[in-house]
Write a protein that binds this ligand. Sequence first.
Ligand SMILES: Nc1ncnc2c1ncn2[C@@H]1O[C@H](COP(=O)(O)OP(=O)(O)OP(=O)(O)O)[C@@H](O)[C@H]1O
Ligand SMILES: [Mg+2]
Length: 280
Amino acid sequence: MMRPQYSGTTDAGPQRDAPEAVPVLGVKAVSKRFVSGGMSPSSLDVLSGIDLDLARGEFVSIVGPSGCGKSTLLNLISGLDTDYDGEINLNGDGAAPRIGRVPYMHQRDLLLPWRTVLDNATISLEIRGAGKRRAREEALVHLDEFGLAEFASSYPSEISGGMRQRVALLRATLPGAELLLLDEPFGALDAITRSSMHTWLSQLLADSERAVLLVTHDVEEALLLSDRVHVMSSRPGRIVSTLDVEFPRPRDAGIVTSPQFVELKARLLRVLSDSSGVAA
Ligand SMILES: Nc1ncnc2c1ncn2[C@@H]1O[C@H](COP(=O)(O)OP(=O)(O)OP(=O)(O)O)[C@@H](O)[C@H]1O
Ligand SMILES: [Mg+2]
């Protein structure tokens, strides 16, 4: 695999250089084909030979053209879809149950319309066995940071798309699990809110061993948050390139104007446009 390196590097963190450690997530040679039955059966190869690992505390992003299979991959990793070729291991265990254990913020917010903002935010905690009262107490602490304090008793239909996304993000991050899957979590947010959510997430993860796999279309976001960015080709999605981002985390938002960051961003955009067959 081509693996362009950013040369003006600094410390990449302690976990990156421990090859003997079992990754929190190990994806090996994963391929996925959708087969539809009926009168004229057809099949669609969506993912082809995906390999990726996440060590404890690592933040890894995936970028790639629309329809290349990013959400499909997260569905497989989360255990929502169990029909694939290859191996997906949690802490080295391919048989470990994943469904309900790996917090997953979907591309669509999937809030329950009959539950309030507060009660949507607490679902993942409740699924993991927290009592309703404790789950609510914990969620209430964070509603303010998410700009949702005034909307605790509102229903999803009464709040904006960006707010719904923030509820879904809060719901996914609250359980504090060792692996978190995020599919376009900031897509519906305005630039200022997006930036404050980046800061919030970076701080949340700063002293945490939690590993995060983020799917995004925003290359700046990927570079700002990640230790590593995988670029996928168009369908069937393959990882065609991986960029290491060796600035120490958490990063200040101001880093995006530094010459090294600008250069890395240009490089990522080039790789992405090559992989998508689209002119940059
Ligand atoms: N349940 C399904 N049955 C058949 N085809 C599917 C199914 N789910 C997804 N696909 C197809 O698989 C391909 C990949 O879809 P996926 O949603 O994973 O793409 P994506 O990379 O997440 O795109 P985007 O960036 O637009 O979110 C698409 O061509 C889609 O039509
Ligand atoms: Mg998607």
